[in-house]
Ligand binder design. Sequence first.
Ligand SMILES: [Zn+2]
Length: 393
Amino acid sequence: LPDVFVVVVESLRQDIVTPEIMPRFSAFSNDSLTFTHAQTTGNVTHYSWYGLMCGGYPLFFDGIKNLPSEHGSVAFTALRNVGYKIRLFATPDLGYQNLESIVFGADGALLDTKFHPAEPLPAERDRLVVRELTRTLRNEPAGGNVFVLALDSTHYDYAWGTGFRPTFSPFANDASIARNYEVDVKARLALFNRYKNSASWMDGLLGELFDALESSGRMNTSVIVVTGDHGEAFWEHGSGTHGSDLGAEQLDVGFALRIPGKPGARFDSVFSLMDVMPTILAHVGVDTNGMLAGVSVQSRFTAAGALTPRSALTFQGWNSQAFRFALTYDDKRLILELDRANPLDARRMVLKDITNLSSESLVQRDHSDVPGAYHSVIRDLPVVLDNLPFLEL
Ligand SMILES: [Zn+2]
């Protein structure tokens, strides 16, 4: 069984992955499968992980969270059933919102090993976690493991380890919420530079991992996914950090996928993080049709080497209950909302906005629309509804 790596980088927005800020991840991406619009399944960690690791719609996260017993992710169960060991190397405390049980089962039932150092600073914890994983790769023979790596330095308030020299300046010395970033352009730029510096530090850690993959002979034989759990906004569309709106900055994530035997390619296409587990399982011969809501990327390849179209859903909510979501398809994004008080029993769904993929609204304030936006949605309605299978229509 080829080793599998699922590397989740906290709050990694797509446009931060540049040769200037993240040279190692950029170079890695160039030889990987990448997509112009890799969409997270939720704009906060717990929704995102639920879609990514469990392959489920985050709309149901709250109900899953409150189930009396958790068996963990069906996807990880399937990977164990074909003989994999599941190994977690994590900086964040995944106990928040019961996430660790939801993904890895109660008391980590699906986990074979777990490394979560006690060091108090997240950036130093990231360093230790990467060091422990690279040591494991050096000392153990390749094959048979699913390595889940979760790194945190890029989370608000954007950190880096001792000895790292930040190069993007002027940068904020902290990420105090006392500043009025929405109007204070200088403070916002300094905060963004702080984020760039943390991404640059993160890139060094990813570089250590890539070196270890190369030197242990795993780079070309493993399935490798490196992804942001969601993006991060800096008031481009009115709000900052994440969990706050469904703008492109929070939805588009840094993402690269390697499948042994598939040469690197960039697709002008939507990709949903919900498809990561179906893709991994397809590579080891497990058909997830009927088991997971996503589709494998392998099933999207056409004979001409292109990809069939895909739409993606991204959820937003309050605490554990999602009620608002984006449907990204073609060159459009619909922002839809269910009854906030009781979204699972909602009797109506409200179309809040129609935007392009840069989150520019195609609807004017006077409710007229930029040529044909409403009309095209009405024309697309069968497509739209087909892509909301979680609703009882
Ligand atoms: Zn997160």
